[in-house]
Design a protein around this ligand. Sequence first.
Ligand code: ATP
Length: 270
Amino acid sequence: MANGTLAVRDLSVSYGRAVRALRGVSLDVPAGSVTAVLGANGAGKSTLLRAVSGTLPFHRGAVDAGTVRLGDRSLIGLHPATVVAAGVVQVPEGRRVFGRLSVEENLRAGALGAPSRSEAARAHGRVLELFPVLAERARQRAGLLSGGEQQMLAIGRALMACPSVLLLDEPTLGLAPLMAERIAETVREINLQGTAILLIEQNAALALELSSSAHVLEVGAVALHGPSAELAGSDEVRRRYLGVGEDTGTEDGDAAGEITPPPALERWTG
Ligand code: ATP
């Protein structure tokens, strides 16, 4: 399995040669870490994942500039299946599973991306340990699972390809709080087992809790980045993304002085 840091450098992406969706985005996902990307609707989060997973052409998108590398290997221009074989596997937004296939057949479909049969067998054991409900429902049609169970299956299917980096697009979106918490626990567990994760989340509180570093995208560019714990403590992030502290201070009084990010937060100024 390929290893090393997933490194995105100065990445610019457009759709149909007209819509500029990313402008000079850089970030790292070091081996074994969790890096989060936050941002509002349309900020470019899904575009970033598409650029990494090689699926931009399916959306009439193209990389205009920049690089995406896993270790010393460039991923730009590779077919999505080759990106999977290189060790980078995406769980798409929206819990997409093959609804007419059984749970087990969905997992087997994921195993097509595994490096070998023995690794696929090991991955299968790992998935059923992480999600015992998938063993209970092995023969059930995936379309009949609950939303949370479908998300587990979507993550499980991605793990069957034995990724060194997992790309997760809004894994808790639309789930009830308890199920969202379970999925978050599993994301933690998957990471503890050694898989690096690039986590896209609109839920900033959750993303900052799960990750060691985070990037905030605004209109296609990185507006803020830094260690997640420091971002979570930054007044600007708390006010704008965590919805905390809106009532403190006055508009142009003391509160204005509190917006300065801590030194570790580098502001993108390009
Ligand atoms: P969301 O959370 O709503 O999915 P996002 O942060 O993932 O938002 P993107 O979906 O990456 O944002 O979209 C970034 C920009 O690119 C937006 O302006 C969006 O309208 C545009 N865009 C996305 N997909 C396409 C496409 N297939 N064709 C044209 N423009 C697109």
